[in-house]
Design a protein around this ligand. Structure first.
Ligand SMILES: NC(=O)c1ccc[n+]([C@@H]2O[C@H](COP(=O)([O-])OP(=O)(O)OC[C@H]3O[C@@H](n4cnc5c(N)ncnc54)[C@H](OP(=O)(O)O)[C@@H]3O)[C@@H](O)[C@H]2O)c1
Length: 281
């Protein structure tokens, strides 16, 4: 069998790097992309084939796809849309700029990249598109509105894409991780500080607690899993003859996937508020 190639976004750290290493060990040709030049160099030094790709920049997306296709002779078996970040902050504290930046990376860049890859997969008559979404694409927690919205939108556009690609041989799957050990919290804290006026917000007390939580190293919530937990569903989505529509990863994802259908809205709100780190105290 010829070696299958997969392009992965956001491989500088966390889930992306773990899945890139895992798939390379499994025999895939992995194009592990990252947005910073020094991360690309580091990935190369660690034996991965790496290219620069910044989801917030169309030119970067286009040149990464061109370079990938020229390296592979115009074929690409899989795309793992993993790169994203979490813009923390109460909805009323989010500027248009903060929301736009969140969507530029988590949704617009991801869709633009996917749309560059679909014609390649159509020509081949096969391919796999795997979206790293989140439990927060299924339920909305407080103080994460920008991120919730970007992942809900990713869920909707992916469900649409799956319908539109039916019969093409291209599988489309969503991975739904709950809490995973990575740099996600640290990066959320950077985004919070960058975009939210912490001192003048009615949510100031909450932010103080959040910053303490986000600064913690190691798992901050129960049922946190290592990034390896995402590798297994990605392999299934790539290799199964019938890839699943959604792969739930972690106990909280399973719990919220069930609760959102069974609990009355007001009760679900109470559970979600408690899970969000509480309301204003
Ligand atoms: N960790 C969790 O608890 C969790 C839970 C549910 C879903 N997820 C999802 O899992 C995926 C990976 O996150 P992670 O947990 O591994 O977090 P992470 O350690 O923060 O890694 C996120 C990756 O995305 C990259 N990224 C951010 N902005 C980008 C851009 N504009 N262009 C390209 N890449 C960009 C980051 O690159 P830089 O290093 O350059 O910033 C990094 O490589 C995300 O889609 C996230 O939403 C994570």
């Amino acid at each position: 069998m010829t070696q299958r190639t997969i392009l992965i976004t956001g491989c500088s750290t966390g889930i992306g790097r773990c899945v890139a290493n895992g798939l390379q060990r499994r025999g895939y040709r992995v194009l592990a992309t990252a947005r910073q030049a020094d991360d690309v160099a580091r990935l190369r030094a660690h034996g991965l084939e790496s290219l620069p790709l910044d989801l917030a920049d169309s030119a970067s997306i286009h040149s990464a796809v061109d370079e990938a296709l020229s390296r592979t002779g115009g074929v690409l078996y899989g795309l793992f849309n993993n790169g994203a970040y979490g813009q923390a902050g109460a909805v009323e504290d989010l500027s248009r700029e903060a929301l736009r930046a969140q969507f530029e990376t988590n949704l617009f860049g991801t869709v633009e990249l996917t749309n560059r890859v679909i014609p390649v997969m159509r020509r081949q008559g096969h391919g796999r598109i795997i979206q790293n979404s989140s439990v927060l694409g299924l339920v909305a927690m407080a103080y994460r509105g920008a991120y919730n919205a970007s992942k809900f939108a990713l869920e909707a556009i992916t469900d649409t894409l799956r319908l539109e690609l039916k019969g093409t041989g291209i599988g489309v799957s969503l991975i739904e991780p709950g809490p995973i050990v990575s740099r996600f919290r640290a990066n959320s804290l950077l985004a919070l500080r960058r975009h939210v006026d912490l001192e003048h917000s009615p949510h100031q007390a909450f932010y103080a607690r959040t910053i303490r939580r986000l600064e913690k190293t190691g798992p901050a919530v129960p049922f946190t899993l290592p990034p390896e937990a995402v590798l297994k569903p990605v392999i299934h989505a790539l290799e199964s003859r019938r890839p699943r529509v959604r792969y739930y990863v972690t106990v909280p994802t399973w719990a919220f996937a069930i609760l959102r259908h069974w609990l009355p809205y007001r009760l679900l709100d109470r559970v979600l508020l408690a899970a969000s780190g509480g309301g204003r105290r």
